[in-house]
Design a protein around this ligand. Structure first.
Ligand SMILES: N[C@@H](CCC(=O)N[C@@H](CS)C(=O)NCC(=O)O)C(=O)O
Length: 201
């Protein structure tokens, strides 16, 4: 399998954390890929018309994106029903938490892109709107009372918190959500999380 990879991408990290947790890393070849919302990448576009990472070419040549689809595919390769519990209320909890973590990440990534636009083109109303979603989402994540690290929901929320620290270090979320911070401190010591930390910003 070939995975389009960018070390700073929290969505790529999600896939890599899942791969570590499922003991599949050795089967994945990483293809370093530069992405930008304003620059075309013909090689990536030939695989993924959305030109985003992560994007995976499977052993039989199928292209899969985005991170929830790739993670569920990896789960199936590892036997299925592991990070994605089989149909049950546990499954919907895991998928809801994944959607929450991914949705907060979407807002954070959009806020980040705004911050790297030319200064005269930046719009604080946009950033404020995205950060409001992120902060409401964080409060909801804190309300999930997370325990352990058994599903894709845990993976998504952990990677989201890692990105928050990476790109928004001044956010101060730990002061607002100390219990979530305690959970994150514990899960950050897992090999899957340690081995996929983003590079120094
Ligand atoms: N929903 C997608 C989001 C992927 C995404 O936004 N990736 C970013 C990098 S963190 C990207 O490729 N951005 C390039 C662009 O927006 O053109 C997923 O879960 O994989």
């Amino acid at each position: 399998m070939k995975l389009r990879h960018a070390a700073a991408s929290p969505f790529v990290r999600k896939v890599m954390v899942a791969a570590h947790e499922l003991a599949l890393v050795g089967r994945i070849e990483l293809v370093p890929t530069n992405v930008s919302p304003i620059r075309a990448n013909a090689g990536l576009a030939a695989e993924n018309p959305l030109m985003k990472v992560p994007s995976l070419v499977t052993g039989d040549g199928q292209v899969l994106f985005d991170s929830p689809v790739i993670c569920e595919y990896l789960d199936s390769l590892a036997g299925g029903g592991l990070l994605f519990p089989p149909a049950s209320s546990e499954r919907w909890t895991a998928l809801r938490r994944q959607a929450l973590g991914d949705g907060i990440l979407d807002a954070l990534v959009l806020a980040r892109y705004e911050s790297v636009r030319p200064e005269d083109k930046q719009w604080s109303g946009w950033t404020d709107g995205q950060m409001a979603k992120a902060h409401q989402g964080l409060a909801a994540a804190a309300g999930e009372n997370l325990d352990g690290f058994s599903t894709i929901g845990h993976v998504a929320i952990a990677c989201m918190l890692g990105y928050l620290d990476f790109r928004f270090a001044e956010d101060g979320w730990r002061g607002r959500h100390p219990k979530l911070a305690g959970w994150f401190a514990n899960v950050s010591e897992r090999p899957s999380m340690r081995l996929t930390r983003p590079p120094a910003a």
